[in-house]
Design a protein around this ligand. Sequence first.
Ligand code: 9MR
Length: 572
Amino acid sequence: TAAAATSAVRVNQVGYLPDGPKRATVVTTSTQSLTWQLRNASGTVVSSGSTTPRGADTPSGQSVQVADFSSYQDTGSGYVLTVDGSNSDPFDIRANLYDGLRSDSMAFFYHQRSGIAVDASLVGSAYAHLAGHLGVAPNKGDTSVPCQSGVCDYTQDVRGGWYDAGDHGKYVVNGGISAWLVVNSFERAKRAGKDAALGDSTLRVPERGNGTPDVLDEARWELDFLMRMQVPVGKPYSGMAFHKIHDANWTGIPTRPEQDAQQRELHRPSTAATLNLAASAAQCARVFRPYDAAYADRCLAAARRAWTAAQANPAMYAPDSDSTGGGAYGDARVTDEFYWAAAELYATTGESAYRDAVTSSSWHTSADAFTSYGFGWADTAALGRLTLATVPNGLPASDLARIRTSVTSAADGHLSRMAAQGYAVPIPADGYFWGSNGEVAGNAIVMAVAGELTGNGRYRAGALETMDYLLGRNAIGQSYVTGYGEKDSRNQHHRFWAHQSDASLPNPPAGSLAGGPNDDLQDPVAQEKLAGCAPAACYVDDIGSYSTNEVAVNWNAPLAWLTAYAAERTST
Ligand code: 9MR
C-alpha cells in the first residue's frame, strides 16, 4: 500500500493511552490560536479546545501550534483530530495500544540472529532464511575466523549473536550495550512486578516454553556470542575481547546472510570492547541467576576476566579508520566504559575492589554522565548510573542520593527541552546525528527511570510523549517504526529485508526502527534528496540512505525497552 499524504496535523499515528498525555502538533502559518476538534469513528465531535501557538520551531524549521486533548480519556479507534480544516491521520485511544509493538520490537532481535535458521513457523515464510555464517559455503565464517594480519595466529569460533544492523558485522561495543538494554528492560520490569509480560512464551523465539523468560533467552543468544569474542586463556591479551568480526569488504544490497561469500575477519582486541563485555556479562550474572545459576556463573567468570584484562591493557583504542567491510566503532575515551563495568560488577558482587573502582572514577561525581544527546555505544557512563540508581548496593546513602538526583536532573532537562519544542523531542536542535531515534528513545528511558525513582507522573508522561514523536508526531509526519502508523518507514537499509531493491525479498518486519533524521547527510542518497533540510526533516525512507534509514540493534533495543514500559498498565 502507498503511504498516505502527510497531514498538517501531526499525531501519534498508532494512538494514545487513555491515561497518558495526548498532544498533537499543527503546522500552520497562523499566529492566532485555532480550534481543535476530536471526532470519533462515527464523526461525532467528542471533545474540542484551542491550540497554543508556538511560533518558529528550530529543529523542524516550521511554524507550529500544539493541541492538547489529554483530558479526553474514553477509548475507541478511528479518532481524527481536525484543526483549521486539516484532518490528522486516524488513531486509537486504548490501554492495549502497545501490546503488539512490545513483542514486534523485541522480535527484531530474533530476526537479526546469526548462526541459526530464522524459522518460518515463528516469523512467517517471507522472513525465514537459512542459518547465516556457520561455515557453510559460500559463507566463510563464523565457526573458524582468522584474525586480520598481524593480530593473532589462530582462529576463533565466534558463531551466533545478532547481526548489528543492515550489514552482517558483529561488533562487541554495540552488541554489548544492546544486550544490556534488553536485559535491563527485564530487570526494570521485574522491579515493577510486571515482568510476566516479558516472561516465558511471550515472544516468537525457538526457546519459548523452556522455563526462562523469553527476553532473557533472546539476550543470551547475544551474550553467548560476546563471550566467544573473548581471547582464550594462554593467548596474547588473554581475557580481552576482539573489537569486532565482519566481512573483509562491504557486500552489496541485497545479500542474504547465508549467501555472503566475503572472507570474515577478527579485528584486534580493544579496551572498550573488553569493558563492554565485562559490563554486560556482569549484568547477566545478576539477572540470570534465578533462572540458570550455572550460566550466571559463566557470565561472572567472563566478566571478571575481562575486567582484569582491561586493567592490564587500559589504552587499546579501536581506531576510527578501521571501516572497510564493517563499521569502525572507534572510541579513544574509555573511562566511561571502566565506570560502567565497575558499576555492573559492584552491583552484582558487592566486592570492595569494584566499589573502589566506581568511587575512584571521575564519572562517580561527574555532572556529564547524562547529556542531552543521550547514551550510546561510545558513551556508557549513563548505563552505570542507571544500574547504581536502581539495583540495591552498598554505596553510602549520600552517594546514592547524588546518583539518583543525577537521573532525575537529566530527566528534568529532557522534559524542559520537550516543553520548549513544538514537537516535544527530548533532544536539542543540534542532536540530529546518525541514529537520532536511538538517542531519543534512550532519553525516554532516563525519564522512565526517573519516574520509577520518584513516583512523579510527569516523567512517565515525558516517556510516553516521546513515543508520539517516534510514531508520527514529528517534522515530516513519519512513523519511524515499520508496520505502525499510516505513513511508516518500510525501506530501511538492510541486506535481506531489501524489497525496495529486489521485489522477491521482504520489507523489514513490523517493529523495525529507522535510525532517523541525521543532518550530517552521510550517504549519497541523503546528499541527493535532503540538501538544505531542517535537522528534524533530514530523513528519507530509501534503502540507500544508510545514514538516516538503517536499522540497528542499538536503536531497536531502547525502542523495545520503552515499548515494554509503555505497554504496562498503571493499575493492575
Ligand atoms: O551507529 C553508528 C554511528 O554512531 C556512526 O556515526 C556510524 C559511522 O561510523 O556508524 C553507525 O553504525 C553503523 C556501523 O558502523 C555498521 N553497521 C551499521 C551501523 C548503523 O548504521
